[in-house]
Design a protein around this ligand. Structure first.
Ligand SMILES: [Zn+2]
Length: 66
């Protein structure tokens, strides 16, 4: 299940999820924010995580459970 907080296109959502997966797996990603090109940050919280742009109010996507 993926809950989208902001209005993102499906394509942008896919990019964010891919970036989250890379950060989780490798500790970093070269994928940048699909909206502004900024760095993406991953916050893990229990079984959910939030992948967000370094710029507040920009792209953000929260995923809960697996
Ligand atoms: Zn951004």
């Amino acid at each position: 299940m993926v809950a989208e907080k902001r209005i993102l296109s499906r394509k942008d959502g896919v990019i964010l999820l891919k970036a989250a997966e890379e950060i989780d797996r490798y500790g970093h990603t070269e994928i940048t924010c699909p909206l502004c090109g900024g760095e993406l940050q991953l916050d893990m919280l229990g079984t959910s995580y939030t992948i967000r742009c370094e710029r507040e109010g920009c792209a953000e996507l929260t995923s809960r459970g697996i």
